[in-house]
Design a protein around this ligand. Structure first.
Ligand SMILES: [Zn+2]
Length: 269
């Protein structure tokens, strides 16, 4: 599942390929991915030029002359740039540019979403208006105040994009390991210092992963020819049975909120 570093990597790669391209039309082969009324979407997007690519949390934002196209890749969404090649089975939405280039949205699980909003009001509209800040922008006291009323497990809280944005399963495991905090601890039990440590760890992990092009494991495979290298830096995620890099205790795997979660039972409490 693409998390913040992978989405940022997609943004940087796409930026080089499609800035300045003008959309001739869009072919919606599987229109359910488009959450805007389809006729409006297909009409409004015509002749729009891609001016800027932005990102908030795990959302990609294509800014055009009049609109903001908001895309969430969810589990398996990815993009490919092609010209006039046969359309593959999982290519569901095709953006056809006037240059002849095509941007193809590919999604095996079909969980992604594509939404077209007015450029004047997209930040105040769903889904971005519900999104919390990313670790680098979030103040420790704001996060501490959000967590202190939550009895849920800290891992579940950190996965909640209304509390903190950009962290998914991989980076929460890595963040909590670096913070020496067990993922099942109630969010409300954390001290202010714990919250400061979590934020510092999250910023480090996300920056390091982004600088390496993200993590390429299992469900997140290459898009646009990009292979991340952060999988070589993982300390606990997917390391079940391997020695903890700090204390050598074998890493265990457990379920937290239904997600496979990797923990050092000695370092994290
Ligand atoms: Zn350990």
């Amino acid at each position: 599942m693409p998390e913040l570093p992978e989405v940022e990597t997609v943004r940087r790669t796409l930026e080089l390929a499609i800035i300045g391209e003008t959309i001739d039309h869009v072919v919606a082969i599987y229109p359910k991915l488009i959450t805007t009324p389809l006729d409006d979407f297909l009409t409004q997007i015509k002749n729009q030029t891609i001016l800027k690519l932005d990102r908030m949390g795990k959302y990609l934002i294509f800014l055009t002359n009049d609109y903001a196209l908001i895309i969430h890749l969810r589990m398996e969404g990815k993009f490919f740039i092609k010209t006039d090649e046969p359309i593959l089975k999982h290519e569901h939405v095709i953006f056809k540019f006037k240059s002849g280039k095509e941007l193809r949205y590919h999604d095996v699980r079909k969980f992604g979403t594509i939404t077209l909003l007015s450029k004047d009001s997209y930040l105040e509209s769903y889904p971005l208006n519900k999104l919390a800040l990313e670790p680098k922008d979030l103040k420790p006291d704001v996060l501490f105040n959000k967590l202190k009323s939550k009895s849920i497990e800290i891992k579940a809280a950190l996965l909640d994009q209304h509390i903190i944005s950009g962290l998914g399963n991989i980076y929460v495991d890595e963040t909590l390991f670096r913070s020496h905090i067990h993922p099942t601890r109630p969010a409300s039990s954390l001290t202010f210092e714990d919250v400061e440590t979590i934020l510092k760890s999250a910023i480090y992990v996300l920056e390091k992963a982004t600088s390496l092009g993200g993590t390429t494991i299992r469900s997140y495979t290459s898009s646009l020819g990009v292979h991340g290298r952060f999988q070589n830096e993982l300390m606990v995620h997917m390391k079940q049975g391997e020695p903890c890099p700090i204390c050598q205790t074998p890493i265990i795997k457990m379920k937290v909120k239904g997600r496979g979660t990797y923990v050092c039972p000695n370092c994290q409490d």
